[in-house]
Design a protein around this ligand. Structure first.
Ligand SMILES: *Cc1c(COP(=O)(O)O)cnc(C)c1O
Length: 434
């Protein structure tokens, strides 16, 4: 599988290099060349296949013979093994629950697959690879768990002090082993800026083998395409138009849906559902992409002022704003609307949503109310509500039950290291702790 850079300056690379490097040297983003459509036969049989069988078909189609069938099967079996069920609120409205993995968020799919893929590519490597991750919450826990004790890899997670929930922090900041955690006195954008700068720092590059596990890494994105196929396979009415609403921050999840569409999945519309960080919504309205500092909301994993996958979307549509508008619809909602949606859905259906899922629900509803289209509406549920328990419980005035697998990580000791919002302090830390 060959990949190019969205900036078209760096040469094409093969998958292992793209996964190891994270970003191309020209600071673009890696994109797979030639995504050919899956065969009709695959779609005819898809309803009979398990998640892992669908994963195998799609990934072997993408990778061609780059990874042998038995190695790929092994990676898939180690990475996945949790369900992605649809909870139907009504005949046409389903919640695609992507939070049944170990850290209760959809990021488990990407992070666990990337951990196993990287382990495979590094199997003959002698040096340790340093993964740098900026997180606004869920990436940290998914990557920490996805890479915990993976051979040949050391992870450094940066997160904004006081801006992630207590449960999130405990999920990634208490593991130890090959997972190091820095608590940065700044915002998520500051954390992301430090990571981006590290990748462009030649001195660091010479001293360490750096890689990223943010949603900019292609190994995180590809497996996220899989649950779009899986959701389609479980529809009782496959003949209806298919509309996905995606609660979005860095737009990795939405981009993965666009990949699925490229691969032939009959997606009619993608809805980019945003909170007050409305950069993409503005872009669709005006045609201008204007990153802004992020603002804090109750859907904090989507508090992103400069969505990093934007240029992948632009590239997929060859910079054609009109073509993008034909496939993607965008809406933004504030915290008050989000809270109301959590309350309404609980009252009407007895179903509890996390704030991110609630933003997705609102996007779906806005689109449905304006078009009256008869369709399969699937809202991606990106996290279990208990991860945002304090907020959700305050709104519905009910206790959210803690699933067993989360209890296991709570109450352990926080191991994060305080860090100023200062690139040179970060660099010194990396150089001194090789
Ligand atoms: C990361 C995250 C998002 C945003 O996903 P992107 O791929 O960055 O757009 C939404 N909800 C939750 C719970 C998340 O953790």
């Amino acid at each position: 599988m060959e990949l190019y850079s969205t900036k078209h300056i760096s040469p094409n690379v093969m998958l292992d290099e793209a996964v190891k490097n994270g970003l191309p040297p020209d600071n673009g983003l890696y994109m797979p060349i030639r995504m050919e459509k899956m065969k009709d036969e695959f779609f005819q049989n898809i309803h009979k296949m398990s998640f892992n069988e669908i994963a195998f078909e799609v990934l072997s189609h993408l990778f061609k013979d780059y990874i042998s069938a038995s190695d790929l099967q092994n990676i898939i079996d180690k990475a996945f093994g949790f369900d992605a069920p649809i909870h139907w609120l009504e005949d046409e409205i389903g919640i695609l629950e992507l939070f049944h993995g170990p850290t209760l968020a959809f990021k488990d799919f990407g992070a666990r697959f990337m951990g196993r893929l990287l382990e495979y590519f590094l199997r003959n490597n002698k040096e340790v690879v340093d993964i740098l991750v900026a997180t606004s919450g869920d990436t940290g826990s998914a990557v920490a768990h996805g890479f915990l004790n993976v051979k040949g890899i050391r992870v450094t997670i940066l997160y904004p002090k006081d801006k992630v929930s207590e449960i999130q922090e405990k999920q990634f900041a208490t593991l130890g082993a090959n997972i190091r955690v820095l608590e940065v006195n700044g915002t998520f954008d500051d954390c992301q800026a430090m990571v981006k700068r590290a990748f462009l720092d030649e001195e660091l590059q010479a001293a360490l083998t750096l890689s990223s596990a943010n949603s900019i890494n292609i190994a995180r994105l590809l497996p996220q395409s899989l649950y779009y196929f899986y959701a389609y396979s479980r529809l009782p009415h496959q003949e209806l138009p298919l509309v996905f609403s995606v609660p979005s921050g860095n737009f990795g999840n939405l981009t993965a849906g666009l990949f699925a569409k490229e691969l032939g999945l009959p997606i009619f519309k993608m809805i980019a559902s945003n909170n007050d960080n409305d950069i993409f919504t503005q872009y669709l309205e005006t045609g201008e992409f204007q990153p802004k500092p992020s603002v804090q909301t109750i859907s904090n994993a989507m508090d992103v002022g400069n969505p990093s996958n934007f240029f992948r979307i632009l590239d997929l549509f060859q910079n054609d704003w009109k073509a993008i508008k034909e496939v993607i619809e965008a809406y933004s909602f504030d915290d008050e609307q989000t809270e109301q949606a959590i309350k309404d859905v609980y009252a009407q259906y007895g179903y509890i949503m996390c704030p991110h899922t609630a933003v997705g629900y609102l996007g779906m509803k806005a689109y449905r109310d304006s078009t009256h289209l008869k369709a399969n509406y699937l809202v991606l549920s990106t996290a279990h509500p208990v991860k945002f328990g304090e907020i959700v419980e305050g709104i519905i005035e009910q206790v959210v039950e803690v699933p067993e697998r989360l209890n296991e990580v709570l109450g352990t000791q926080k191991l994060s290291i305080p860090m100023e919002n200062d690139y040179s302090a970060f660099k010194i830390f990396l150089m001194q702790n090789k």
